[in-house]
Design a binder for this molecule. Structure first.
Ligand code: SF4
Length: 273
């Protein structure tokens, strides 16, 4: 892993994401190696054209922290990296950002796959409007293939339990819902006692990772390969499959009593409200 320290002017940046006003990414790059990573495009924008995504990590340094309290705004920490990637133990960049935001009036969401977040319970429990989200997509067995360097989903769910018992709001972000692999019903049932809400996002294959995902499915799950690629064969096939999935998720969530949920399917088509 090529680790560098880079000067950064702005650590909190405006975003067009439909679910947030600002994002914070303490690092450029990641350590988890998810086959479907949507953040891979960041390599091009950060002078890492010739490096493989997840082989480098830029640690952001020397930024001014805004004095704005961001009242009523939503700040998402971890839109293009895991803020609790393996190097956070050493560099504590996310921890120092949380210290800056402790008295913020913003709605702050953290998105991670790592129990390292438990280290920061002391700060999180003092924050007014914080929610810690865990990305969950597939079972432990499949995650060893699709997210090879990330902590296992069962470890994330255990971290959710610990945070919840410490009085910190947690949510599950079922992302990506992986066609033919994601047992989202089992995931929701395993976190329903802890999660304040659930998010769902489908697997889009718009980036350069499309061929990589196809190759992985062909190698490890040849029996379903043809069905898998047929979903992404045409726009019509894609929308047909995901509209059906979306409807089934709505139906399933009606059986989950009052557990709130948000659908973020067709993300690229969503307009910011
Ligand atoms: S944890 Fe997120 S940013 Fe890191 S490799 Fe996986 S999908 Fe990409």
């Amino acid at each position: 892993m090529n680790v560098k320290h880079v000067n950064t002017r702005n650590i909190i940046t405006k975003t067009k994401l439909p679910s947030a006003d600002y994002t914070v990414n303490p690092y450029i790059g990641c350590t988890h190696g998810c086959v479907y990573c949507y953040a891979e495009f960041m390599a091009r924008f950060s002078g890492h054209n010739d490096e493989k995504w997840c082989n480098f990590l830029d640690v952001k340094e020397n930024y001014d922290f805004p004095t704005d309290k961001f009242q009523d705004k939503t700040i998402l920490i971890g839109s293009a990296t895991d803020p609790y990637n393996h190097f956070e133990k050493q560099f504590e960049k996310t921890r120092s950002i949380l210290l800056h935001l402790t008295d913020s009036l913003a709605h702050i969401e953290i998105l991670t796959k790592s129990p390292i977040v438990l280290r920061d319970i002391d700060i999180l429990s003092r924050m007014k409007n914080i929610a810690v989200g865990f990305s969950l997509s597939v079972s432990d067995e499949i995650a060893r293939i699709t997210e090879p360097a990330a902590p296992l989903p069962s470890e994330r769910i255990e971290a959710m339990r610990v945070l919840h018992s410490a009085g910190i709001r947690v949510f599950a972000f079922i992302s990506p819902v992986f066609p033919l692999f994601s047992d989202y019903q089992a995931i929701v049932k395993s976190v329903e006692k802890y999660a304040a809400y659930i998010g769902f996002e489908n697997l889009n294959l718009r980036g350069g990772f499309r061929s990589r995902v196809f190759a992985l499915v062909k190698e490890h799950f040849p029996q379903i390969f043809q069905r898998f690629i047929s979903i992404y064969y045409s726009k019509q096939a894609f929308y047909k499959y995901w509209h059906t999935q979306e409807r089934e998720i709505h139906e399933f969530m009606q059986t989950m009593k009052n557990l709130p949920y948000k659908m973020q399917f067709f993300h690229g088509d969503a307009k910011k409200k």
